[in-house]
Structure formats: C-alpha cells, structure tokens
Design a protein around this ligand. Structure first.
Ligand SMILES: C[S@@+](CC[C@H](N)C(=O)[O-])C[C@H]1O[C@@H](n2cnc3c(N)ncnc32)[C@H](O)[C@@H]1O
Length: 298
C-alpha cells in the first residue's frame, strides 16, 4: 500500500516529499502544494507538468503477461532476481529492521516484485510502470507494494538516496535517475534478455531475435552514473510450452504489435502442440559510480 512507502515518494515536479493529503489516502500532497489523486484501485499517477509521454503496455499485453507468468515458466528468472536482491542487501548489511526499500521499474503485473518482497523479510516495495493497466495489477500484487504510474525516462517520483535495490526486468533503464535515488550502498539488479532467448519461436513465428551485446551496451550507457558489481550471470533453461502459453508469451511482447493477430494465430496453430523453448537472460548488478558519491559517501 502507498502508506508503506510514503517516506520514499517525492513530487515528480520538484522532488519535495509527499504525504497523505487528507488522512484517508485519497490524495498525496507535496510540501510544495502539488496534489496527486489516488485511484480507487489504489495506485497513484505521479507525473510532472507535461504529463506522461508514453502509455506502456496495453490491457491485452498485461493480461497476456499475467497468463504466461502464472504458468511458472519464468521461475528460474524470478529466483535469480530474488537471490541477487538478497545478495545486494546482505553485502550492504541491510537487515529486516531497516525495512529494505525495493523498487521495480517497468514492473508490469508485479510478479517479480511480489516474489522478491516475499523473499526479503521486512521489505516494502514500489512498483513503477507507465501503464495504467499494469498499475491496477501492481496495486494488488502484494500487501507491501505501493503502485505508481510514472515514466522511467522522466524524473522518478522518489526521494534522493533512499532505495536499497532497484530491479529492472526487461524494462527501461534511466541510469542518472537510478544513481540519484539509490542509497550509497544500493544497487540496480537488471535482467536483460540475451541473443537466443525464445530462439525456437523466432523463425516459425517471424519474430526478431534479441541483438547481441545488449548487456555490454547497457553497461556502457550507464557509465558515469553506475558501474557493474561483479560479473554478469547468465541464466538459461528450457521451457515446455503449449500453444496457449506461446500465444501468451508473444502477446505480452512487442512482437504482438508487429504481427497481425490473425497471422500470428495461424502461425501458432501450425506449431507442434508442445514445444521446448529456450529462455536466456543475464542478471547484472550495478552500483553507484564512486564519482557520484559526495565526500561523506552520500
Ligand atoms: C517487457 S515488460 C516487463 C514487465 C515486468 N518487469 C515483467 O518482467 O513481468 C516492460 C514494462 O515496462 C513498462 N514501460 C515501458 N516503458 C516505460 C516507461 N517509459 N516508464 C515506465 N514503465 C515503462 C511497460 O508498460 C511494461 O509493463
């Protein structure tokens, strides 16, 4: 709920702290007097003056994501993210009593965030997504999650230096903002798809492959704000997917927008009833570039 994370939230316009506007959590109000309505589903839209430039995943994509993830096909990815978050917190000596603050950017349905919070005692989380259908799911994905509609490419509605771990799973990364909101010991945990991810589906369905060198590019783009911690870890496993699961997998991805639904349905119907499909991604830990830290380490 938003009340669990209000001490982490900030006005997207000027960064001043937010508080409950009327004690009943119907609005959030900043120190500078800006007011943001809390939707009846429990999420809040925190966008600056220009509003949101993107709409993110639409309702059909979010439904497809929920359907695919509920099949447990990505369980090894979820475990890798949760384990890495726990490693980051252990390394930073953040304990249950510290109420670890975990934020997922582009959090979708909240599947990863909810699992991560379950694996970290005492933690609370913020799911940030620019998609309203996603935020509706996020608001109810876990009792310790606050759901926020915001654009990852704008000023994040988070206070400086207060987030212990930021997770980014197949979603946009804004290194400058991530560096600003992390604690000095805080880190970003990024799950990036690798070339070969879903390889067996590419040719029959006509979807494009993940380009090679994605992780190296991500690290170089973050330079000046974030630096890698340790070596990236590759995760690869084989999923057994029936046609309905394949349809959900494609429906939750950008490919869904590029192939006519009828054509896609025909191509899926031509596949074997069950296929073995490779999942391949890399987990990378990034900490604040020491050059962004002040003399007192803050
Ligand atoms: C590929 S999905 C990943 C969702 C989730 N992390 C997962 O793996 O289940 C990417 C998510 O990022 C969101 N997104 C896209 N652009 C965004 C932006 N500029 N700011 C915030 N979220 C964004 C989409 O709405 C979508 O929910």
């Amino acid at each position: 709920m938003l009340s669990d994370v209000i001490d982490l939230l900030a006005d997207p316009v000027d960064g001043t702290p937010l508080r409950a506007g009327d004690g009943s959590w119907r609005t959030l109000v900043s120190e500078s007097g800006h007011s943001y309505d809390v939707a009846r589903q429990g999420y809040v839209t925190l966008a600056g003056g220009a509003g949101l430039r993107y709409t993110g995943d639409d309702a059909d994509m979010i439904t497809a994501r929920e359907s695919f993830l509920s099949g447990g096909h990505f369980a090894p990815f979820v475990e890798a993210v949760s384990d890495t978050v726990n490693d980051v917190l252990d390394d930073a000596h953040v304990t249950e009593d510290d109420r670890p603050a975990i934020v997922e950017i582009g959090a979708g349905t909240g599947y990863y965030l909810a699992h991560t919070l379950d694996s970290v005692p005492g933690s609370r989380g913020i799911g940030v997504d620019v998609s309203v259908p996603a935020a509706k799911r996020l608001a109810s994905c876990h009792r310790r999650v606050g759901a926020v509609v915001a654009d990852a490419w704008s000023r994040l509605p988070l206070r400086d230096g207060c987030i212990d771990v930021l997770t980014v799973i197949f979603a946009p990364r804004n290194a400058a903002e991530f560096s600003r909101v992390l604690t000095p010991e805080g880190q970003v945990v990024v799950l990036t798809p690798e070339a070969g991810h879903l390889a067996e589906l590419r040719a029959p369905l006509g979807i494009i492959d993940v380009e090679a060198g994605k992780v190296d590019r991500m690290i170089s783009q973050a330079s000046g704000y974030l630096v890698p911690v340790g070596d990236p870890e590759s995760i690869e496993f084989v999923m057994r997917l029936d046609q309905a699961s394949i349809a959900a997998q494609i429906g939750m991805s950008p490919s869904a927008r590029h192939i006519h639904p009828k054509v896609l349905a025909e191509r899926i119907a031509d596949l074997p009833p069950v296929m073995e499909v490779t999942a391949r991604a890399t987990v990378t830990r990034l900490g604040r570039d020491p050059r962004t830290l002040g003399f007192n380490g803050s």
